[in-house]
Design a protein around this ligand. Structure first.
Ligand SMILES: N[C@@H](CCC[C@H](N)C(=O)O)C(=O)O
Length: 280
């Protein structure tokens, strides 16, 4: 079979095309990354992941992350758990360390088969973003629903978490793209709406930067867990229900965030050499 081998994986429906470039380098252009992620013209995924050799003595591999729009980013929680699971199967270990642009991430296979990733320190670098009453449209051309000020949490990538009465009632499809590109977020941002649905239990919907609404966002769940605890809505250990299912978040006393959930492999294949040379 000609063409580059790939594996299609997902964490709660947040899906990835994974290419192993440890033996044979693979350096896609932005256009090639977009094409691979395209659900009509390519294979289709939320993020395109390239596994590379790491030069760090403590890392098992380096993971490069490209959003569906071709942009390269620092963190992806669900992909970290998927790649960790691949590396665990390959090495027969239950603990592996994945290097990303955001740093070294330690992972563990739990006895129940779920994969836990320590996503590192949560940085509240633009916490409690102030929005004044009169800025209730944020100049995005639509009247906002009753949103409280968002909490800004950086998990190696930027998240703005808005707590609302009912996350299902928010028109995230309309709000997401406008807020993602709002000037208050210089690097753009992943936009979440969250509501409390029980004790230490929240509902979360995420509009991902460079992608759109996804069925689950791991770093978004971490950011929401930190934001909920910071706002005093929950304790530091919570369940986050995403469209694709639950993730378990623990904002540990050392400031790092542990995320636990399932991973799946959907299929394997080869990328047609034609695809990478075609222009749409
Ligand atoms: N799906 C992700 C987040 C991927 C990156 C994000 N879209 C960004 O641009 O920061 C996850 O599981 O964390």
């Amino acid at each position: 079979m000609s063409g580059r081998a790939f594996v299609k994986m997902h964490g709660l429906g947040n899906d990835f095309v994974v290419i192993d470039a440890r033996k044979e380098a693979f350096i896609p252009t932005e256009e090639q990354s977009r094409l691979i992620a395209d659900r009509r013209f390519g294979i289709g995924c939320d993020q395109f992941i390239i596994i590379e050799n790491s030069e760090h003595p403590d890392a098992d591999a380096f993971m490069r992350i490209k959003n569906a729009d071709g942009s390269e980013v620092g963190a992806c929680g669900n992909a970290t758990r998927c790649i960790a699971s691949l590396l665990m199967n390959e090495t027969d270990k239950d603990n592996v360390t994945v290097e990303t642009l955001a740093g070294l991430l330690h992972t563990k296979r739990e006895a129940n088969g779920l994969i836990a990733a320590n996503m590192g320190l949560a940085r509240l670098n633009w916490q409690d973003i102030p929005l004044s009453e009169e800025r209730d449209t944020l100049n995005i051309g639509i009247k906002l629903p009753p949103l409280r000020n968002p909490v800004g949490v950086n998990m190696g990538n930027p998240h703005a978490v808005f707590f609302v009465e009912d996350a299902e009632a928010i028109e995230l499809e309309a709000l997401g793209p406008r807020l993602e590109h709002h000037p208050m977020f210089p690097e753009r941002a992943n936009i979440s709406v969250a509501s409390l649905i029980g004790e230490d239990h929240i509902r979360l919907r995420v509009f991902e930067r460079g992608v759109g609404i996804t069925s689950a966002c791991g770093s978004g769940a971490c950011a929401a867990g930190v934001a909920a605890a910071r706002r005093g809505l929950t304790s530091r250990k919570i369940r986050v229900d995403l469209d694709g299912g639950p993730l378990f978040i623990n904002w540990q006393e050392d400031g790092t965030v542990l995320m636990t959930g399932p991973v799946s492999t959907a299929f394997e294949g080869h990328i047609s050499p034609e695809l990478l040379h075609e222009n749409k």
